[in-house]
Design a protein around this ligand. Sequence first.
Ligand code: COA
Length: 329
Amino acid sequence: MATLIPVGVAGLGRYVPEKKLTNRDLEQIVDTSDEWIVQRTGIRERRIAGADQVTSTLALAAAKQALADANLDPMDLDLVICATVTGDQPFPATACRLGYDLGAKKAGGFDVAAACSGFVFASQVAAAMIQSGQHRNILVVGAEILSRILDYTDRNTCVLFGDGAGAAVYRPLSEAKRGEFLGGSICMEGGAEGVLAQPGGGSRHPASNSSVEQRLHFMKMGGTKVFRFAVRVFAELVNNVLEKYGRDQIGVIIPHQVNQRIIESAMEQVGLPMDLVFSNIERYGNTSAASVPIALREAFEAGRLQPGKLVVMPAFGAGMAWGHLLLRW
Ligand code: COA
């Protein structure tokens, strides 16, 4: 077998829309309270995209920051992968618009639809393509405008999510010089469409007057099931890294920013202190595929990525699909 080319992270970027939707704002929209939301989720506010923005707009801003950080020109890119479940439209892929707007004229592109695990999965695809020698410079963006598929009459879901984008540029480690890709995992338990989904708009429930009347184009979720699932797989993913590398190697855990209570419960289960975790959930809520790369960039800015130490990124969500991304910074 040919030798694999080691892969690293050359650049990181993030973008969140300016408009904030606070818990107090939500109190005016649905029957909820700041106290309930903070206590059950840790979320205080989330960002909402402007009427003139689409998902590729957010992705573009994050991508530009990641490319500048990597010191690369869009023309250097071989591939653009966009992880999203709220793309500009069902097709064509949002990655195609993003590549066009960036001026990445030599790059191919496609989307990855894996909900909250999207960035973690897409990063593993990118790393494998660089390892094999097929591509050298790959942009991976996680971008979502979840506010467009949230039902603001459903307090079970609308308080939890927000909009944003995060990006990473992967290159051979010899050029990236940091963030060595050590591997990850991609797992699923299918048949769980009833637990967390946007039911309408696909072949199961094509758009029709009836699908609109039944509000099938909005996100639906069974919160308690998702909670239990998330704690279980989060703990399992971190435990696997612990067993293989040991506690001392772990520099920071940057989980999918789902709910502070889920993060705390999982950390308690694995017996690790909360100060190992980087969390920004109180400012952005759950931004699905954008959550890990936004937090990764912010952890970098905060000096939380320690040279030589592991960066563990567990993610989990609709599907049910879950997995992790592991870097050595
Ligand atoms: N404000 C006030 N009350 C609310 C509410 C809100 N925003 N949302 C739900 N409630 C109510 C429920 O209607 C329920 O009332 P009832 O007992 O009269 O029926 C009550 O609060 C308790 O609901 P419960 O589901 O037991 O609360 P919980 O402790 O499980 O917390 C979630 C609810 C949604 C916060 C929690 O289940 C969760 O975070 N799940 C994971 C969801 C998620 O992150 N999904 C994305 C994964 S990628």
